[in-house]
Ligand binder design. Structure first.
Ligand SMILES: [Zn+2]
Ligand SMILES: [Zn+2]
Length: 162
C-alpha cells in the first residue's frame, strides 16, 4: 500500500468498502491537514475537499477502521475530544501544544525519539513502530500576554517620599 490518498482508498476498496465522495473527501482532508484534526474538523474539511458533507457516523467509523489499519493514530492534545493524524513515517512530526490558547505547532526539529525507536525495533523485534509525541507549554504570544515584561516583575516599587 502506498501512503497517499489513492493508495489508502485502494486498500479500503480491497477490504470491500465502497469509495464514496465523502470517504474520498475524508481521506483528502487527512492528507491536506497541517495539524491533528478532530472528528468535527475532519467532517468540515471533507466538505471542502470532497464537496459533500459526510455524516458524523461515517467519519467516526472510517477513523476506527483507519486506526485499526495503522494508517492514522490519535494525538493527545489534552482536550475533551480525540484528534487524529496520519502515521506516515515520511511525514512524521512531533507536536508543540500551547495549554493556554490551544495552538498546535508541528515541530521542525528532528524527532527526538526516532533513534530510540530503531533501537527498540532491533532489541524487541517489533516492526512498524510509531509514536505520537506532544510537548505542552505556553506559546510565545500567551507568555507575553501573561507576563508583558518578559520575565521581569512588572511591579516597580516607588521610593518612599521623604
Ligand atoms: Zn498560546
Ligand atoms: Zn517523533
Amino acid at each position: 500500500m502506498s501512503f497517499n490518498a489513492e493508495g489508502i482508498l485502494a486498500a479500503l476498496r480491497s477490504r470491500g468498502l465502497r469509495i464514496t465522495r465523502s470517504r474520498r473527501g475524508i481521506m483528502q482532508a487527512l492528507f491536506q491537514a497541517s495539524r491533528p484534526l478532530s472528528l468535527t474538523e475532519i467532517q468540515g474539511q471533507a466538505l471542502i475537499e470532497g464537496g459533500i458533507l459526510p455524516d458524523y457516523a461515517t467519519v467516526f467509523r472510517m477513523m476506527i477502521l483507519l486506526e485499526s489499519m495503522n494508517i492514522i493514530h490519535k494525538v493527545n492534545l489534552k482536550r475533551s475530544c480525540s484528534y487524529y493524524e496520519l502515521t506516515d513515517p515520511s511525514r512524521h512530526h512531533d507536536h508543540l501544544v500551547c495549554t493556554d490558547c490551544g495552538e498546535v505547532l508541528l515541530l521542525s526539529i528532528p524527532c527526538p525519539v526516532g533513534s530510540a525507536e530503531r533501537l527498540i525495533e532491533q532489541q524487541y523485534g517489533f516492526t512498524g513502530l510509531h509514536h505520537s509525541l506532544e510537548f505542552f507549554g505556553r506559546c510565545a504570544a500567551c507568555s507575553a500576554r501573561v507576563n508583558p515584561a518578559g520575565g521581569q516583575q512588572p511591579f516597580v516599587a516607588q521610593p518612599i517620599a521623604a
